[in-house]
Write a protein that binds this ligand. Structure first.
Ligand SMILES: Nc1ncnc2c1ncn2[C@@H]1O[C@H](COP(=O)(O)OP(=O)(O)O)[C@@H](O)[C@H]1O
Ligand SMILES: [Mg+2]
Length: 407
């Protein structure tokens, strides 16, 4: 019998091509040897694909998925867990979209079964398990299509950043928030720069702009996981960027439907899709704003910015139940005595800024050509980005001495 320390037993079979590349077909965390043995036989017989069976329960699964890619089918043991539903909610929070969860446990209660399904698991198998029960749970429509399973159907959050005017720091905040969520909260993040001709996000992250975004938006019917995998530029393990620098002399045309298709595909694969949206009110950009879960409106403390914030707010409308508008004041302190005060902004815009980000020019100077990620450095700027990330995620920063972990 294998223990958790043993090498996982891979079971070869190609993952269906429409599923995101890089994710195992299944992953199991089981608490006892007998269940492990039966499950091993079952996945071999069903040829479920490549996956791993580990010893442990749902707590271990949560720990693991906070750091690794989620499988298509996740099997978790909830035996001995006092509050299984809250654990499932925690699990749902760390899982990528598109995971079908099958729970195994020793409590044979209809109430628990109903609550687990309600919390998003695809099926619940009561111990002692047998091959037949396991096979039924793993091959059921719910485990495969995620039919009516909220964890499976959950989508990544779409966060749009738009500036009251140019130069207020919209790109800076979009990039740093994306970087922070990926590197400090271990979320999988897609960063999309919809200003295709300037490549500002690529510049801020010191990566090469590519023509992938243009390609994707020109052929929305071809947008699938394989195309995305090919055209996105990774920054570390969890941040993936689409940022182009198309020739200024060319007229670029892409449709609102193309933007919608791209965002919809990304939301199936990432915890967050962060979009830097140009403030020109063209239909494709408006579509991104309309789809957003959070719309971050960035302003500074100049009179023009305040005026433009009011104008933009009338376009956005108020929070409509689905989308939340978040007003952020960046470059705080830059204008000194001549700046419009935060209180005045709140009064004129009729919204309290959710986040106030200090003006810290030294953070943005390039040293010997090397671009720095401001949010990688401890200080007030990063504290403010952490506050914004908390607003978006509801998750406090991971408790670790992160400022040493990565540059
Ligand atoms: N909080 C800040 N403190 C100091 N400089 C900042 C801050 N936020 C942004 N900047 C700088 O302001 C400039 C414009 O930022 P950018 O993000 O490109 O603005 P936008 O996208 O709104 O046009 C950049 O040089 C950036 O480094
Ligand atoms: Mg910009």
């Amino acid at each position: 019998m294998r223990s958790v320390l043993d090498a996982p037993a891979p079971i070869e079979r190609a993952v269906p091509s429409k599923q995101p590349v890089g994710r195992p077909a299944f992953l199991a965390f089981v608490a006892d040897g007998e269940t492990e043995r039966l499950l091993q036989e079952c996945v071999t017989q069903l040829a479920l694909g490549q996956g791993t069976i580990l010893r442990g329960g749902i707590t271990k699964a949560i720990e693991h998925l906070g750091q690794h890619r989620s499988p298509h089918i996740l099997i978790v043991d909830v035996t001995g867990i006092d509050l299984p539903i809250s654990k499932v909610n925690e699990l749902a929070d760390v899982c990528e979209p598109g995971v079908a969860v099958v729970a195994i446990g020793n409590r044979n209660e209809i109430g628990l079964y109903r609550d687990l399904l309600h919390a998003g698991v695809a099926d619940y198998v009561v111990k002692p398990v047998n091959q037949q029960l396991l096979a039924k749970a793993l091959t059921s429509g719910r485990a495969h299509t995620g039919e009516s399973s909220p964890i499976h159907k959950k989508l990544g959050s779409l966060v749009t950043f738009v500036g009251a005017r140019g130069g207020v720091g919209t790109t800076t905040l979009a990039v740093n928030t994306a970087w922070y969520l990926a590197h400090r909260q271990s979320r999988r993040v897609a960063l999309v720069d919809l200003d295709l001709q300037n490549g500002d996000c690529a510049l801020a992250l010191d990566i090469k702009p590519t023509s992938g975004l243009r390609e994707a938006l020109a052929n929305p019917l071809r947008i699938d996981n394989t195309l995305l995998e090919r055209v996105m530029t990774p920054v570390g393990e969890r941040l993936f960027v689409l940022s182009s620098e198309e020739p200024l002399a060319e007229d670029l045309h892409f449709t609102a439907v193309a933007v919608e298709t791209l965002i919809a595909a990304l939301r199936e694969q990432f915890h967050y899709v962060i979009v830097d949206v140009p403030r020109t009110p063209a239909a494709p950009y408006r579509r991104a704003l309309d789809m957003a879960d959070f719309c971050v409106l960035v302003a500074d403390q100049t009179l023009r910015s305040v005026r433009d914030t009011v104008r933009l707010r009338t376009v956005f409308g108020d929070r409509d139940g689905k989308r939340r508008n978040i007003l952020v004041v960046n470059r705080h302190g830059e204008g000194g005595r001549h700046a419009v005060t935060l209180r005045e902004i709140e009064h004129v815009v009729e919204t309290k800024p959710k986040s106030v980000i200090p003006f810290q020019p030294t953070l943005f100077t390039t040293v010997a050509g090397a671009v720095k990620i401001a949010a990688a450095h401890k200080g007030k700027f990063t504290d403010a980005i952490a506050g914004l990330a908390l607003e978006l995620s509801g998750r406090p920063p991971e408790r670790r001495r992160w400022w040493r972990a990565e540059k």
